[in-house]
Design a protein. Structure first.
Length: 156
């Protein structure tokens, strides 16, 4: 699953379309909310593909803030911090589907049962989902470029 971010009135090719998988989008939008809370608070469904977004003026304001953050080195520093936090997480966690038993209830139900768990392949552990998230200054730069030419955007 991903977020398809479409420019409302693009003025550049880069402003037509921006896409991130959910693993890249969530940290990107969280970062935007952190550095530009006044602007991003206008987007109530930033982590959803419901068509929410910003108008042209606020898109340009957000782009300017992101460019300042990149130029100051703050975005790269945040990227290093983010990566350190992800690397500190345990690589595996107890399987939510079978409760860590390796055996589950018949689908669509979840919880311990008698059937082999296809979610964790019977191991009782699965990849820690949080370790899939990614953040880079380059992704923020690409988003800023999109924002500068999108004429406002909607997240689908």
């Amino acid at each position: 699953m991903g977020m398809d971010v479409k420019g409302k009135k693009p003025t550049t090719e880069a402003g037509e379309y921006f896409r991130n998988s959910v693993w890249w989008w969530r940290p990107l939008w969280d970062y935007c909310e952190q550095v530009a809370p006044e602007i991003c608070s206008k987007v109530k469904l930033g982590q959803s593909n419901d068509g929410d977004g910003l108008d042209a003026r606020d898109s340009l304001r957000l782009a300017a803030i992101l460019r300042q953050e990149i130029a100051s080195g703050a975005t790269a520093a945040f990227g290093r911090y983010f990566r350190e936090e992800v690397l500190a997480l345990p690589p595996e966690e107890s399987c939510e589907i079978c409760g860590g038993t390796g055996k589950r209830r018949p689908p669509p139900e979840a919880g311990p049962g008698t059937e082999w768990c296809n979610a964790c392949l019977g191991k009782g552990k699965s990849q820690n989902q949080a370790t899939r998230y990614a953040f880079t200054a380059g992704n923020v730069q690409d988003f800023a470029e999109f924002l500068e030419g999108c004429g406002g955007f909607e997240i689908w």
